[in-house]
Design a protein around this ligand. Structure first.
Ligand code: ADP
Ligand code: MG
Length: 228
C-alpha cells in the first residue's frame, strides 16, 4: 500500500492520575497503521484502555506523548482549531450509547454535523435522508431519539457518524448496549456501510462472532497494541 495510512498511532502514551500521587499508565507506546478499506477490531478486556485509545484516535483527548496522524497529518502540537476541523471532516465516531440530541429528530441529528461543516440545509437534508434510508429508517426520520428502539437509535448514530463522509470511522462497542440479535443486524449494517464506502475503521467490540468479518484483530497488552 502506497497511500499514507488514514490513521497512524506513533508511540502513543497516556496515563491517568488516580489520587494525588498515583499515576495509572494506560497506553505505553501504542502503534497502529490503519489504511483505507481496512476494518480492524480492537478486542481486549474491560479496563485495558480501549475507550482511551479510541478517544485519542478521534482527537477527543490528547496523548501525553507520541503522535496521532490522521490522513497523513500529524496532530502533535496542533492547535485546537485544527484538531476540530480534522475531527469534523475526517472522523466519524460511534459510541456505545448513541449520544443523539434528544430534542432533535433522527433526520436533524444527521443533518446537524453537515450544517456545522458548512453544508446548505437543503443538501444536508437530502444526505440525511439518503443515509437514514440506507439503514432502513425512512419511516423514522421525524422521530425523536426517545421514540426509537435501541437498534434504531444506534443506526441513527451510525448514519450521523457517516454524515460528513469521513475517511475514518471509530466505534466504541457500538452494539454493546443491544440484545444479541439486534446487535448482529446493526453490526452487519455498519460493516457493510464501511466496506461500501471504503473507509478505514477501528471498532472496539466484544462480539466474537463478527471477528471473522474484520480484516485484523488487535488487542491491548501492557499498554501496547498487539495482533490477536
Ligand atoms: P476500556 O474501554 O478498555 O474498558 P478505558 O479506556 O475506559 O478502558 O479505561 C482504561 C483504564 O483507565 C481503566 O482503569 C479506567 O478506570 C481508567 N480511566 C479511564 N478514564 C479515566 C479518567 N478520565 N480518569 C482516571 N482514570 C481513567
Ligand atoms: Mg470502554
Amino acid at each position: 500500500m502506497n497511500e499514507a495510512p488514514v490513521l497512524a498511532l506513533r508511540g502513543v502514551e497516556k496515563s491517568y492520575r488516580s489520587g494525588d500521587h498515583d499515576v495509572l499508565p494506560v497506553l505505553r507506546g501504542a502503534e497502529l497503521s490503519l489504511h483505507a478499506g481496512e476494518i480492524v477490531a480492537l478486542v481486549a478486556p474491560s479496563g485495558t484502555g480501549k475507550s482511551t485509545l479510541l478517544h485519542l484516535a478521534g482527537l477527543l483527548d490528547t496523548p501525553d506523548d507520541g503522535d496521532i496522524v490522521i490522513c497523513g497529518q500529524s496532530t502533535r502540537g496542533m492547535a485546537e482549531a485544527g484538531r476540530t476541523a480534522l475531527r469534523r471532516d475526517q472522523i466519524g465516531f460511534v459510541y456505545q450509547f448513541h449520544h443523539l440530541l434528544g430534542e432533535f429528530s433522527a433526520r436533524e441529528n444527521v443533518m446537524l454535523p453537515q450544517m456545522i461543516a458548512g453544508k446548505p440545509k437543503a443538501q444536508a437534508k437530502v444526505e440525511a435522508e439518503r443515509l437514514l434510508g440506507m439503514f432502513g429508517l425512512s419511516h423514522r426520520m421525524e422521530h425523536l431519539p426517545g421514540k426509537l428502539s435501541g437498534g434504531e437509535q444506534q443506526r441513527v448514530a451510525i448514519a450521523r457518524a457517516l454524515a460528513n463522509a469521513p475517511a475514518l470511522l471509530l466505534a466504541d462497542e457500538p452494539t454493546g448496549n443491544l440484545d444479541a440479535r439486534t446487535a448482529d443486524a446493526v453490526f452487519t449494517e455498519l460493516l457493510d456501510a464501511v466496506r461500501q464506502k471504503g473507509l478505514a475503521a477501528l471498532v472496539a467490540t466484544h462480539n466474537e462472532e463478527l471477528l471473522p468479518r474484520m480484516d485484523r484483530v488487535v488487542t491491548l497488552r501492557d499498554g501496547i497494541l498487539v495482533p490477536r
